[in-house]
Design a protein around this ligand. Sequence first.
Ligand SMILES: [Zn+2]
Length: 298
Amino acid sequence: MTPSQLISASFIPIAYGEKACKVSGWQKPENQLDYATLTQYSQPTNYGVVAGTSKLCLIDVDKPDHPKLKELEPYLPETFTVTTGKGLHYYYSYTEPNKWNKDTLSFRDENKNELLGIRIGSSYVIGPNSKHPDGRDYVVSVDVPIATITNTQLDGIVEALGENKDTKTITGSVLVVPSVIVTTPADTSKMDEPDKTIYTYNIYNVLDYFGISPTATIHPIHGSTNGNNWTVKDNIATCWRCNIHFGPLELFALLSSKCDCDKAESHCRGRDYITTKKMFLSVFADWSLFTSGSGGRC
Ligand SMILES: [Zn+2]
């Protein structure tokens, strides 16, 4: 059963003993479940508690014994807490604006292992009374009401830990895009034609083909909650919610299949890469459109 502290939360279904939600588009509120619906699911079941739509901040601590976490105590008031075997989930009510414009703020230790994640957007933790894939149960360890956390307290945590600046980057068969915003195009000298041609293809033409404004700031597929999660710069489009960069080919995969950001990556790998490349070249057969610049249209 789901504890009563979560009565106004939003949930997503997950198979018992698993961690990944198989519902596509679970990020959308209409694909999420309320408490009454969830409790009608046949038991036992796993489920995810979604941070953003629940107005919760879910702090996912992977290494509770790490000395760095001692410094966080002033910012983490006692609240409803779930143990996950090796880690902890702190549940907080969170009603302030998500000024980071991210779903999760993640922090790693000196060995690059996951230390702690602050889930504030389209991001979830596995709920209490679920079962971990390795057999452990998620158990309520502090059974008190959910406390509130503020941006000032979150600032304290971010400052104490130093936010991990790594962003997830697509590295398809053609593209090696740096993990920061690039100001110069990638080295295309070692690429074959037409791979090189695709990489140097003006990304604005891809946007134009799909009728998307080059100055749009809202993600063209999954939208934006704050109207500001999408940029196009230096022939790279970036989704700041998912922290994923798109070259011309990945952008084409994203827009033509209307898939999730991370799926666009798999469309540009292995066997799918050949298919995507063929489609790209069949659509953009007008070679006069190819330019190496990153300005407006031709
Ligand atoms: Zn995205």
